[in-house]
Design a binder for this molecule. Sequence first.
Ligand SMILES: *Cc1c(COP(=O)(O)O)cnc(C)c1O
Length: 222
Amino acid sequence: MINIKAYKNLSATCNEKNVTLVAVSKTKPASAILELYNLGQRDFGENYVQELIEKEKQLPKDISWHFIGHLQTNKVKQIISFVHLIHGIDSLKLLKEINKQSEKINKITNCLLQVHIAQEETKFGLDENELNEIIQQCDSSSLKNINVCGLMGMATNTDDENQIRKEFHYLKSLQTKLSTVNFQSSILSMGMTADYKIAIEEGSNMIRVGSLIFGNRNYKPV
Ligand SMILES: *Cc1c(COP(=O)(O)O)cnc(C)c1O
């Protein structure tokens, strides 16, 4: 069940603050997405390639699909033709594959570099050195079909607000730093159900919110 009231409040907040709201619909049925679509929502986020492909087939073509999960190189070609923004780039190998597949269909694909800002070992992402290396490669190499347009990060899953704020603050500072070296980094994708308020306070302009809108997820597909 969609929480319409929560969605409308969130959507109004985002409009007011110029923040893009990505509704994270992973594990939720196409019918729930359509319900939100009918309220005006167009940006949706998915984590699993197969699930995204199935939904894309069934749903209106003017939806902007965000891939927010960990993308395997061998699956890039399955989503490249319709994906609007890929959030989780964490290797040059993946960027090169996206470039190659984009070139084939004459498309420029929008990508965000994922930075590891959390304390947990398990979360994907680049550290500051790796980030700088990738950006240099982007500048100097022939990744002509890639548009790296910003950064993405996930904070530690904790009740400690100061910790979360510190991590988002760090990501924002990285983005600011990069903008001085001629890196067009306009998007800062940070904040989910538990921490989007802090993320917006710390400079996020794109939040990825699932459970607040769609309710808790009760299964995890493979
Ligand atoms: C699932 C997911 C979200 C949404 O999480 P909620 O806590 O349900 O808002 C956001 N970002 C990423 C990368 C996710 O995997």
